[in-house]
Design a protein. Sequence first.
Length: 749
Amino acid sequence: MPGDRTLYEQAMNAGHNAAWDGHWTQAITAYGQAVQQFPDDAEAHIFLGGALIEVGRLEDSLKVYTRAYQLSPNDPIPLEKSADILEKLGRLKEAAQQYVNVAELYLTQRDLEKAIFNWDRATRLTPGLVAIHAKLAQAYERLGDKARSIREYLTLAANFQQLAEHEKAARAAQRALKLDSRNAASLNALRAIETRVPVTMPNRDETPPPDKNDSKTKVTSSGKPRNILDTEDAVNPLGPMGEAMDESLSLLATYVMESGAFNAAAADALQALEFQRQELYDKAIEAYQRAAKSLDHPALRMNLGGLMVLTENVGDAVNHLQEAANEAQLVAGALHGLGICMVELGRHKSAMHYLLESMQAVDATVSDDIDMLGSGADLYEHLEKTLDGRTDEVIEGANQRFLSLLKGKEWKLRVPEMRRQMEETMRAQGDQGVVDLLVASQGDVLTEQIGRIDRYLRQGLLTLAMDEAHRAVEISPLYIPVHVRMAEIMMKEGRVRQAINKYNMIAKTYMVRQEDERAAAVLKEVLELAPLDLSVRESLIELLESQQRWDEAIEQYIDLADTHHQLGNFDMSRDVFMAAERMANRVNAPAERIARIKHRMADIDQLRLDMRKAQRTYEEIIQLVPEDERAHRVLIDLHYRQRNPVEAIKRLDGLLAIYAKNRQVNRILQLLEELVKVYPNEAGVISRLAAIYRQMNRRDDAIAQLDRLGELQLEAGLHQDATTTIRQIISLNPDGIEDYRRLLAQLGG
């Protein structure tokens, strides 16, 4: 029942007034009254939790805030308060995880600063949170806070080194150098990693945590505010190689000017830079070649190799690009250039290696995904192994796809989107699905469309997402991830039946392709959405049987029978249980599983009032599992209902023996007391309850049961039995013992 709104508001106002005056005990009482009126009101719980903190009742406050979060899961305040309390209680690991949860909640609200604030608190409480340091590093980088970003990347490097993941440690240090090529800490960290010397962990106190109330906007040099969540840098359409050449122009010019050695080599280098800016590539190459005789610098090598690629002199470009690839800031571009060279030279496997390495370096630099410096990078290694065993034709097709990704104005966006799509395709369709995607004639267009669908989904633009999905289907009607997204869109739109049909179609497609495991996974997802869909469950059973996954098939049979039961079709439900039993017997399933099926069959027999069939089934269960307590218990009731107390007592003694064997005295007592209430005139039950009372020294309870037993025996004319019972009572020295003796004498005892 809803509470009284007036009383609720009065209580809340009283709580606020008490809190304002610092009367926290009164505030707790008032807020508690508000919660009683509306137990599902999150606001009252939040104020109550705050008041409990003030009086030091931290554990109680934690419980209240936990309830507040359950009531309002999109409100970060209860989570944030819970994290504060856990920290105060010294439960630092739990507090750190809670701060991470708070950060994720703020991130969904596009409040990056508050997310950063809570990520930072988590890392201060618990060291080694690699994924969180990666998020912080990327977030600070997007904010333009180079100092903090470098600190987090170097912390990542130190953590990866401690985990003996030296390649990832090097990538983290290289990412820091990308932000500031002359940063001493980054250079020292990279050298330490290369020489296997421990990286010095950055001092966090030098860069205090950000204020969680900072504005979300920063001001550019032009004075125009920009949103930190939406910034994009200018992109060189030549891809990573072009970007590296742009970087090399600055690096080489700075090096020449700062070296102070204005000799012929320096003059040639400066002239080459000017020719390159004027796009006089042949003259620039000649000048670089003259300078290279005396001046050796990675930036010079990068520019010389890149220009040779652009002028189709790929054979001579290779050595220069390999030298440039040793420079952290130029590695993505140098590898891209080497990939182009290898494609032109027809060395497709080498090209694949260089292009994937370049894409991985790009992805680690531009990705917004969690910890691309960590496990996400493993995809590229797996993809290289997958492609390595394919034909040259397939590898060549994949290389062309990689080259198309790494050029144009949007290559920085396409690379992480392509990686995400490959990850999903690998999960949904396996390695072959990824290969098919890479070599498809319009695979690049399909990737862009999938990326747009995902963006629309994240923004909640479902109509636009569905329109894009339909266009993708026109390009590739059999590309499963598109259909999966269409089903997701239908679910978000509330078109559950259409979504289920789409998932069913996806499963059948997998079955046609003989990808049975994926088909089974999809069907199970459908059943979570529509557990009463009989056709889907029958398809899943058929599939599991074809794969000889007997345990899962039996469970699905049981679920199918339960579905029929819920729909009121008891006959069909029992038939399906029988089919499950036949399969279980055929595959030698454990006796306990068969007994479980038989129990369900017997339950249906009782619902249909077919007690004899139910009795036979329970007896079969006991033959399978002699200590099945439930079967014994139900048989006791069945025999009593059929006025067969002799068999009922046999089953009762059998169950009591099981309890006695397992020393479960309380279970014996509980069962007998229950049966005496249900069958108050059954002498056999009463006598056994009296006996257990005597063993437990519960004299008065034993006398009461024996007294009742004697009355029943006298009423039945069983004088000899009654005499025995009265003697038992007398042996217990009851009150009014002389009355029992006179009764015994009257009976001839």
